[in-house]
Design a protein around this ligand. Structure first.
Ligand code: ZN
Ligand code: ZN
Length: 348
């Protein structure tokens, strides 16, 4: 693991498609030769220790290899996994919270998460049938053909085996201070990528643990789907403004690598979304109207075209197109109407 500064360590936790040793090697290689990889190879966890108190931020997928990765990296400093007191989750995606249930059993740690993520966890992993019904209606409403619907709807089902379920002990809403020995972490609510996403800010050391909110090279998926808030891209851009005001010397993100050029990165991300909004608007065109699915099919994605995507990526593309269309509507650029039960967007 990497020592960020006294008492703060970065741990590499592999994605299920990668062996942990390969993920470790890629972590160093990517920092030296920055590039975008086809899939994400790892998630970065942060282990914090001060005056005998400990906290782990995020925990990785629920796989044996990811548990081994955590154990062997903590062992490098002579710490046993059972010594984790607090587990804080930046959000409830499986790469961040997957090992939660297993860790709680092993360590009896207290789990901390934003209150808006709890319902999301329940509907997605505890009782997915009700959600499937809602997804079905939702796809139809946003222009997905009857024949493609079922495949899209089932596409995230395998995910739920990668999360070991748990009860959250401490719900936060933003603004709290979490103390770990001499460190004081402020909880900053940053909805957008996920409704209850949080960042942690350590003011004295000017550190921002940014989860998936600020990443050095890629931008997080900001999708509108039935478990999201009304205007997630609006939330995301507001959340960027909220963290942009902080005095940050080092960003500790959950993917890629840590960086010390925070302000520049925030500006780049704002520019990226401005450009993307322009593309989406152009895709709707001046004549007629379009559904989110039409836009997802017409737009050029950095990872390829809609038709070349596997179902789970097509789903994300529709959600991402929709979050932009809804944002453009909130800005008065588009108007939204329903025709035969299908939501359509048109230039205003
Ligand atoms: Zn995420
Ligand atoms: Zn992530």
């Amino acid at each position: 693991m990497k020592l960020i500064q006294a008492g703060i360590y970065q741990i590499v936790s592999p994605f299920p498609e990668f062996q942990r040793k390969d993920a470790y090697a890629l972590r160093w290689d990517l920092e030296e030769h920055p590039r975008v990889t086809k899939g994400l190879p790892y998630v970065l966890l942060y282990f914090i220790v001060s005056r005998g108190e400990t906290m782990l931020v995020d925990c990785g997928w629920n796989t044996d290899d990811s548990l081994l990765a955590l154990q062997e990296q903590l062992q490098e400093r002579g710490t046993d996994v059972t010594e984790i007191d607090k587990l804080l989750l930046t959000h409830a995606h499986p790469d961040h919270c997957g090992l939660g249930g297993r860790l709680k059993e092993l360590t009896e740690c207290s789990i901390w998460m934003h209150e808006a993520e709890v319902g999301f966890l329940d509907s997605r992993y505890r009782d997915p049938d009700a959600l499937l019904g809602r997804m079905n209606e939702w796809f139809a409403k946003h222009g997905v053909d009857e024949k493609d619907k079922e495949e899209l709807e089932r596409s995230s089902m395998p995910m739920r085996f990668f999360v070991s379920l748990f009860e959250t002990d401490n719900l936060v809403s933003g603004g709290e201070e979490i103390r770990v020995g001499d460190f004081v972490f402020e909880v900053i609510w940053t909805p957008g990528h996920s409704p209850g996403h949080i960042c942690l800010y350590e003011r004295n050391h000017k550190l921002l643990i940014s989860g998936d909110h600020v990443l050095p090279q890629i931008t997080p998926n900001v999708s509108l789907h039935p478990q999201q808030r009304e205007n997630p891209l609006g939330d995301f851009l507001d959340s960027l403004d909220r963290v942009a005001e902080l005095d940050v010397a080092r960003v500790l993100p959950a993917h890629e690598w840590d960086i010390d050029w925070f302000k520049k990165r925030v500006d780049e991300m704002r520019d990226h979304h401005r450009e993307r909004l322009g593309d989406m608007l152009a895709t709707v065109g001046h004549e007629g109207s379009a559904t989110a699915t039409d836009v997802a099919k017409r737009i050029e994605w950095t990872t390829g075209s809609y038709d070349s995507f596997p179902p789970f990526m097509q789903r994300a593309a529709i959600g991402e197109a929709l979050s932009h269309l809804v944002y453009l509507t909130s800005q008065g650029e588009l108007k939204q109407f329903e025709e035969n039960g299908v939501v359509r967007f048109q230039r205003s």
